[in-house]
Write a protein that binds this ligand. Sequence first.
Ligand SMILES: Nc1ncnc2c1ncn2[C@@H]1O[C@H](COP(=O)(O)OP(=O)(O)OP(=O)(O)O)[C@@H](O)[C@H]1O
Length: 239
Amino acid sequence: MIILKQISKQYAQVNALSSVDLVIPTGCIYGIIGKSGAGKSTLLRIMSLLEQPDGGEVLYGSQRVDTLSGKELLLRRRKMGMIFQNFNLLSSRTVSGNIAYPLEIAGMHNKDIHRRVDELLEMVDIRDKRKARLRELSGGQKQRVAIARALAAKPEVLYCDEATSALDPQTTRAILSLIRNLQEHLGITVVLITHQMPVIRSICREVAVLEGGRIVEQGPVAEVFDTPKTAAARELVYG
Ligand SMILES: Nc1ncnc2c1ncn2[C@@H]1O[C@H](COP(=O)(O)OP(=O)(O)OP(=O)(O)O)[C@@H](O)[C@H]1O
């Protein structure tokens, strides 16, 4: 379970987040939506420990994690994977080289890396692209490589930052179906931020609506989408 308690974050004059309380159950696919500038990326960076809040606490289960530093922080961060809209892959490396990268950094032996990379290629269904260069891949295939890399070290949580926003509708459906299958198969927690409402409807169990750095609504997707209670949620849901 990921628990955020009274999280606040300020940049110069901007209150990016104010008094954010959020509980993300383990094994859930959780969506975070909000207009541009609402604070979604800031929240994701704080949850994934890339940035520290100015106030409040982040807990993974019963462990407070926002105060971790050094080796403890590194070990905690290894339990999280992250994927992005622009894939963030290393263009100098092949598909296998990209997937192997976090395992090399973690100090895994070469033989074990090979075995794990094979497993991951199979998992995301791009076995035949093992030796390909990134420029030879479609957007969907690149996102599959990014997912394999994010899952390489067997994380407990997968963070998705607008992961399908650069993909066409058909590829988006295929990537969402992959994420849903992986979540079910591996039992991981998935947190995603997106401006694509169909994405939330199709794979999330719960959703939180951010506006001006505050959570104005949260609950099961069917509830929030069928009967949005706030103007912010209505604007997002009805467009
Ligand atoms: N590093 C930063 N320095 C200064 N201001 C920032 C920084 N990061 C975010 N902000 C500000 O904090 C607010 C929230 O930004 P954030 O990127 O979290 O919103 P968002 O909902 O993810 O928006 P978008 O959908 O456009 O990515 C915005 O007003 C933004 O300008």
